[in-house]
Design a protein around this ligand. Structure first.
Ligand code: GLA
Length: 365
């Protein structure tokens, strides 16, 4: 406490899981969700840390029921949300759901303005562990006065829930969201393109002071495996999110992914970097000439350094320890290859794939 952050211990490291939106859009169903929960286990993703199964927009009936409650669309969710939550919990996973702070969700379904307490209660009764609150149809509202109502409404249910603030950085959430929610979107929606990933990354440069345990910047959900980028680009996407201590919400079809996609999403030392308990987000220490360098401090005193090649051809990128403001020899480990490269006196260089990254862990030698 003391820093004014929400220190309830629910998100000591960035939340990890899967969200239906990027791949399924409004066509999410009970079948997809149950099969995804199974796939999380079979693929090893649950054991790699992916725990939240989040249903995004369009799970709804198009009007509230006679009691004024939100109801699930029984055609897509025949057994209802309570049953689905039990299925998810039975598998050692956690259940996430979506609503919107305004009058309608982005897909035009009923949203929660004026019904925060009622809806939070219903979500708690359903067994929700993670709530994403979106920002469509909020004319005249401000994030900084609206989201605290959710903090209170959730608290009043007595059920712990991660609060995922999705207001796309309209009201500069890093200024106020620390004591309000566990994560907040810092940009508009991601797309499955390299331009989108790099554009988002560039908007995170000044945000590192605001993140830490229980309060994370959220550069949006992952597109890894959705088909619009090369595997090198997807590796770079995950690497950057890990450096940024970003929530890792897979957004692909887990029931049908390539071995390469699975290997990217479960890369153990990259995930460990994202989940480093110090929770310090990386900062960019060099920019330009098609090559960026990012640095992250880790709990055990080690450093993670990332070389980003923005160009369309492979590039040789060099970094000196002086660039990173560290001194003395360092043992260098490649976290994707999981190999020790040996001790370097004053720097390291690597050939980095087109639209790719190289990520190293540096320890005192
Ligand atoms: C907004 C959000 C997305 C997703 C969609 C659903 O665009 O930013 O993450 O939730 O709405 O309609």
């Amino acid at each position: 406490m003391g820093l004014g952050v929400l220190s309830d211990g629910l998100a000591p490291t960035p939340p990890m899981g899967w969200n239906s939106w990027n791949r399924f859009g409004p066509f999410v169903s009970e079948k997809v969700v149950v099969e995804t929960a199974d796939a999380l286990i079979e693929s090893g993703m649950r054991d790699a840390g992916y725990r939240y199964v989040v249903i995004d927009d369009a799970w709804h009936e198009s009007v509230r029921n006679d009691h004024g409650d939100l109801t699930e669309n029984r055609w897509a969710f025949p057994h209802g949300m309570r049953w689905l939550a039990d299925e998810i919990h039975r598998r050692g996973l956690r259940f996430g759901l979506y609503t919107d702070a305004g009058t309608r969700t982005c897909q035009g379904y009923p949203a929660s303005l004026g019904n925060e307490v009622r809806d939070a209660k219903r979500f708690a009764a359903w067994g929700v562990d993670f709530l994403k609150v979106d920002w469509c149809h909020t004319e005249g509202l401000r994030g900084r006065t609206t989201y605290p109502k959710w903090t209170e409404a959730i608290r009043a249910t007595g059920r712990p829930m991660v609060l995922s603030i999705s207001e796309w950085s309209r009201d500069l959430p890093w200024e106020w969201a620390g004591p309000v929610g566990h994560m907040w979107r810092t940009t508009a929606d991601i797309a499955d393109t390299w331009e989108s990933v790099v554009g988002i990354v560039d908007r995170q440069v000044d945000l590192h002071p605001f993140a830490g345990p229980d309060h994370w910047n959220d550069p949006d959900m992952l597109e890894v495996g959705n088909g619009g980028m090369t595997d090198d680009e997807y590796r770079a996407h995950l690497s950057m999110w890990a450096m940024l201590a970003a929530p890792l919400m897979a957004g692909n079809d887990l029931r049908d992914m390539s071995a390469a996609t699975r290997a990217i999403l479960t890369a153990p030392e990259v995930i460990a970097l994202d989940q480093d308990p110090l929770g310090r987000q990386a900062r960019r220490v060099r920019h330009g000439d098609g090559a960026d360098v990012w640095l992250r401090e880790l709990a055990d005193g080690a450093h993670a350094v990332l070389l980003l090649n923005r160009r369309e051809v492979p590039a040789r990128i060099a970094v000196t320890w002086a660039d990173l403001a560290i001194t003395g020899p360092r043992a260098v480990r490649d976290v994707w290859e999981r190999t020790d490269l040996g001790v370097r006196a004053d720097g390291h260089e690597a050939t980095v794939a087109a639209h790719g990254t190289a990520v190293f862990r540096l320890t005192d030698a």
